[in-house]
Design a protein around this ligand. Sequence first.
Ligand code: CA
Length: 230
Amino acid sequence: MAGETILVVEDEQAIASFVSAYLRKDGFNVQMTASGREALTIVGTDAPALVVLDLMLPDLDGLEVCRRIRETSTLPVLMLTARDDDLDKIAGLEVGADDYLTKPFNPRELVARVRAILRRSAGKTKPDGGVLTHGDLVLDAGRRECRVGDQEIRLAPKEFDLLWELLDHKGLVLTRDQLLERVWGYTFAGDTRTVDVHVRQLRRKLGDAAPIVTVWGIGYKAGPAPAVAE
Ligand code: CA
């Protein structure tokens, strides 16, 4: 596949060059900017295939940039963070990034994740249709909609896919690695904290409507649906 363009938004020149070099070596075109504002302009005019977005930027921070991208598009975003605890911060703010990577990272892992995200966003992945129900909860894959009773619950794309995967295998335990592979498209052992962060978000948003059970030392499974109120 010839030259999809990746936009790298990073103000640390050394990291930006390093990441760009690896992406180019892997056949991507790369655009670079150190500015969040400029990134938004480029997204609007040049339509990159994916954005690698650093959290700490001098003008507009990565969270704000991601939020503004999400207002108008589903353009895939891979967020770079300086610290582990930023993962919680990012998830807590629900900015809708597709994936996160903590510095320092292996550039090969970054390239692998970029490929995985693009594979998924190319639509070769499930869920691509159908409806799953769990008590009061309804997941509509065609509309990418999640409802509990009359209420629509807004889920980030990966939260939706993760919940779908769990409900599609009701009662079965899925390991973090299996979830990474099926939801994020990784075919190697990736960072399983990504799964934990997304499970935490789903629990916060859905509470008892979608009980997700931690199976210690193994992974997660969907618990039984709560009784539907009459
Ligand atoms: Ca930075």
